[in-house]
Design a protein around this ligand. Structure first.
Ligand code: ATP
Length: 282
């Protein structure tokens, strides 16, 4: 395995009784990459990620994360891996600052807790008790706990669920900053715009297998897909045509209309379109 591979998985399998959650999954994540795992409910994302984090034992397969088998992980390995689980974020009577300072003590090279609090947008809540935080603020605290140890590799499980639109944008900026500083990031999400905004590559899991891995703009041969050109006829009805050469069609329409084409739109399949088609085939 070369040094630029952060995660290497071959033939991963995991069943819970009769339920096969992961059915022979292969995956490589490069160092410094932002990798998004997409997939419908029950596809096997959380099981896969928990195995990579060392929280779940696999039935079969080869798994290396930062060069080690997570089931045999040392404390040193744990300190290099940051994990943001779905909804911890509540520590009774402790304040945000107290929690962060406390957790910073667990890491050999922790970041400055006050800086991390500011980074996740909780500076105004540093002295608030964690049980008084809103849902979105608790998620920010989860993220702060995931990055306090300055991880080389950060796992984020549905990180922005419950965030308002502004908080999501701020969170995306934080992920971009972490990525620019060299952190490898693996996130699961149900938000396709989030995957598109953040990920270098997207992996689609369905039925416990990775069915495709590609940059978001080329998933499912999206770039080569036909464009749909729509316009309004002089009678006011909407017409549309699929075209591999939409510019030529628009030029022809412009000539036909003698200039401006009423109601003109040119679209290609969105990430959501190709994703739904892909999981529909499974
Ligand atoms: P979601 O998007 O809903 O979070 P997911 O892709 O993360 O789904 P998993 O949580 O990995 O999916 O679940 C995969 C399959 O394994 C599902 O059928 C689920 O019901 C089953 N499963 C997960 N955890 C357990 C468990 N502890 N015991 C039994 N079955 C489980």
């Amino acid at each position: 395995m070369s040094d630029d591979v952060a995660i290497h998985v071959r033939g991963l399998r995991k069943a819970y009784g009769d339920t096969v959650a992961v059915a022979g999954l292969d995956l490589d994540v490069h160092r410094g990459e932002v990798f998004a795992l997409l997939g419908p409910n029950g596809a096997g994302k959380t099981t896969t990620v928990e195995i990579l984090e060392g929280y779940r034992h696999r039935d079969a397969g080869e798994v290396r994360v930062l060069g080690a088998d997570p089931t045999e992980a040392s404390p040193h390995w744990r300190a290099r891996v940051g994990i943001v689980l779905q909804g911890t974020g509540e520590f009774d009577e402790l304040t945000v600052a107290e929690v962060l300072h406390h957790f910073a003590g667990f890491y050999p090279d922790a970041d400055d807790p006050d800086k991390v609090i500011a980074r996740v947008g909780l500076a105004g809540k540093a002295r608030a008790r964690t049980h008084t935080l809103s849902g979105g603020q608790k998620r920010r605290l989860d993220v702060a706990l995931g990055i306090i140890g300055r991880p080389e590799l950060l796992f984020l499980d549905e990180p922005t669920t419950g965030f308002d639109p502004e908080a999501r944008r701020e969170f995306w900026d934080l992920i971009r900053d972490l990525s620019a500083a060299g952190t490898t990031i693996v996130l699961t999400t149900h938000y396709l715009d989030e995957a598109e905004a953040l990920a270098d590559r997207v992996g689609v899991i369905a039925g416990g297998r990775l069915v495709e891995v590609a940059p978001p703009n080329s998933l499912g041969d999206r770039q080569e897909a036909l464009a749909t050109v729509s316009w309004r006829t002089p009678e006011g009805t909407l017409e549309s045509a699929q075209s591999a050469t939409p510019t030529a069609l628009v030029t022809e329409l412009a000539a036909r209309f003698g200039g401006e084409v009423p109601g003109l739109t040119v679209t290609r399949p969105t990430l959501e379109d190709v994703y739904l088609r892909m999981i529909g085939h499974q």
